[in-house]
Design a binder for this molecule. Structure first.
Ligand SMILES: [Zn+2]
Length: 329
């Protein structure tokens, strides 16, 4: 699918767009400025370009892999992300990079791949069988095989079990790149639980800190693999799309899941050169990441408060409030 912005580039700070012949500026308040008069309604363009729900582009049911294939895929994705880490920290390195470095170490100290057994005991609990030998002191990565009763819910999910520190992974096909990126986020949670940095159950404040660390590590990873193009690209797209939605600050959040969100994810994929998603589960993972991480970095660029951690905490609290998953304050 050809993107209306295929020939466009974005400046370092996300404020200028190259439309193929000249730089155009998005005005401070997020409206289209001169771009608005040059183009017809962006909303119309988006609806014309993306007439159908993205999910309809994928086979139903989603393509699935065996537990061993999932293990190979996610390990390869993680290796790929970690291989991009510069050997020495830069002086002005983003705080997420520090957490990413810690994760690379955590990963070496005992993660073990496993799979759910087919039979449940009388309490309805399924056994867990390891897929490799070894000991672990960090956490278990447990695959729910295709067709398994537990193979539902989010594609990756750290389960709040007190007896096991485990990440559950559903067997949907993914690209290696996004398997690696998505795994970084959840491994950060797993590490925080393993080290006690985030206790169980967490207070609201500890929970928000944990989400900030997970998203910051994931954002740092995506910055690395895109050659630092993620933040300016998504900040620019946010400005463009928010103003197209008619409300510069709330336009995007009100259209989550709608055409605009899907168009945002597709445009970001196109501008960043991401390979096509392998399943609707992967497309949903990307959309969620672009939406939340995009909001976090956009808020960071726009905020007058220089404390980036505090800005990210606030955004996550506002977004998670309606979902009911925040611990009470
Ligand atoms: Zn999280």
């Amino acid at each position: 699918m050809e993107s209306p912005w295929t020939r466009m580039a974005v400046s370092e700070d996300g404020r200028l767009w190259w439309d193929g012949s000249s730089w155009r500026e998005l005005s401070q308040d997020g409206t289209l400025g001169s771009l608005g008069t040059a183009w017809r309604s962006l909303t119309e363009v988006i609806q014309e370009k993306y007439p159908e729900k993205q999910a309809e582009r994928f086979p139903d049911p989603d393509p699935m892999l065996s537990p061993q294939e999932i293990r190979t895929l996610y390990n390869a994705g993680l290796d790929w992300v970690i291989s991009k880490l510069p050997s020495r920290p830069n002086v002005d390195e983003d705080v997420g990079m520090k957490w990413l470095r810690d994760l690379a170490t955590f990963r070496q100290h005992g993660l073990l791949w496993a799979v759910y057994g087919a039979e449940a005991d009388t309490n309805g609990n399924y056994g867990i069988l390891t897929l490799e030998s070894g000991i672990y002191n960090g956490g278990l990565l447990v695959v729910a095989p295709p067709g398994h009763p537990l193979a539902k819910g989010p594609t990756l999910q750290v389960l709040p079990r007190s007896d096991l520190n485990m990440l559950q992974i559903l067997p949907f096909a993914m690209t290696r790149e996004w398997a690696g990126i998505a795994l970084i986020h959840e491994l950060e949670h797993l590490e925080n639980f393993a080290t006690g940095q985030e206790p169980r159950p967490p207070s609201r404040s500890q929970y928000l800190d944990g989400e900030v660390r997970a998203f910051s590590a994931e954002i740092a990873a995506f910055q690395l693999v895109t050659g630092s193009r993620f933040i300016p690209t998504v900040v620019g797209l946010y400005r463009l799309f928010s103003s197209a939605a008619g409300n510069p600050t709330e336009g995007l959040s009100q259209t989550q899941g709608g055409h605009m969100m899907q168009a945002l994810a597709l445009e970001a994929d196109a501008l960043l050169g991401c390979p096509p998603p392998q399943s609707s589960a992967e497309a949903a993972t990307r959309l969620g990441f672009y939406f939340v991480a995009g909001s976090l970095v956009t808020a960071g660029v726009q905020a007058s408060n220089p404390d980036i951690i505090e800005v990210r905490r606030k955004v996550i609290e506002v977004y998670y409030q309606p979902t009911g998953q925040l611990p009470s304050p």
